[in-house]
Write a protein that binds this ligand. Structure first.
Ligand code: HBI
Ligand code: FE
Length: 290
């Protein structure tokens, strides 16, 4: 999520604990809140087979999340801990970058405690329990994603001290949030921002509008993103295992190459791109963007 959005939260909220965690108070969710979860869960469960990657579908199965109620973070954490050593902790919404990175670096995933209102099923400003738990947690059952997320936490503080956090955040955005992967049986979604959205899980794979480009680290470090609408460009990993390389390599030489280089708008294809689908751009043009 973006720094801009986090600014909003930080201005209006005083944390009780330095790590910003709160109690989930699972027993306090109302019947209406569980019903909202159910609506969202069932909608995505219909859409995702054949669209989400195998790792996501397997993670979802193995965690025994159900449509019936918002998951209890303690139970989720037990299961996750057994598989990949991760935990889920509750936070009120977006937390400051340093706090977010510190949690990830220690294999704790901070998940929004609240759920969106039932009249706002398709749009919300801050990550809620559906986006965070349904969207992110199944992929944390995958060893490669588990290591990549931790490495992102560790790399975040470094990038911040180098003044390159905006660039690093683009890697998170175009992988963890909006990534696509080439599976042997076709293109699939693994990004949490897509799998948790009914409209974007169709748009990202099936629309003629967005570009789909093979993932390249330097290219992604230089590419702006939009937080307010469907993405204009998606980056495709040949294999989820490629995240392991991204978790292990030293970003230094990449940072040196991109530092001071102009950034790219999300709607353009640039020389060197390995284009899988050249988008028509029609969706965003119709929105009156450009
Ligand atoms: N806080 N809860 C939460 N979730 C996020 O995804 C998040 C955050 N704070 C900061 C942040 N993301 C991003 O700005 C960093 O990845 C750069
Ligand atoms: Fe997210």
């Amino acid at each position: 999520m973006s720094a801009e959005k986090h600014g909003l939260a930080a201005a209006s909220y005083q944390p009780q604990r330095p790590d910003w965690t709160i109690e989930q108070h699972w027993q306090h969710y109302s019947a209406e809140e569980h019903a909202t979860w159910k609506t969202l869960f069932e909608r995505q469960s219909r859409l995702l087979p054949g669209r989400a990657c195998d790792a996501f579908m397997q993670g979802l199965q193995a965690l025994a999340m159900s449509a019936e109620h918002i998951p209890n973070f303690e139970q989720l954490s037990e299961e996750l801990m057994r598989h990949t050593g991760w935990q889920v902790v509750a936070v009120p919404g977006l937390v400051p970058d340093e706090v977010f990175f510190d949690h990830l670096a220690h294999r704790r995933f901070p998940a929004g405690q609240f759920i969106r209102r039932s009249d706002q099923l398709d749009y919300l400003q801050e990550p809620d329990v559906f986006h965070d738990v349904f969207g992110h947690v199944p992929m944390l059952m995958h060893p490669v994603m588990a290591d990549f997320m931790q490495a992102y936490g560790q790399g975040g503080l470094k990038a911040q001290s180098l003044g390159l956090l905006d660039q690093l955040a683009r890697v998170y955005w175009y992988t963890v949030e909006f990534g696509l992967v080439q599976q042997s049986d076709g293109l699939r979604i693994y990004g949490a921002g897509i799998v948790s959205s009914a409209t974007e899980s169709v748009f990202a794979l099936e629309s003629d509008s967005p570009h789909r480009i093979r993932f390249d680290l330097d290219r992604v470090l230089r590419t702006q993103y939009r937080i307010d609408d469907f993405q204009e460009i998606y980056f495709v990993l040949p294999d989820l295992a490629d995240l392991l390389n991204l978790a292990r390599i030293d970003f230094k030489p990449h940072y040196e190459r991109v530092r001071g280089a102009p950034s790219h708008l999300p709607g353009v294809i640039v020389p060197g791109d390995q284009v899988l689908t050249q988008g028509t751009g029609q969706y965003h043009h119709a929105q009156g963007d450009r």
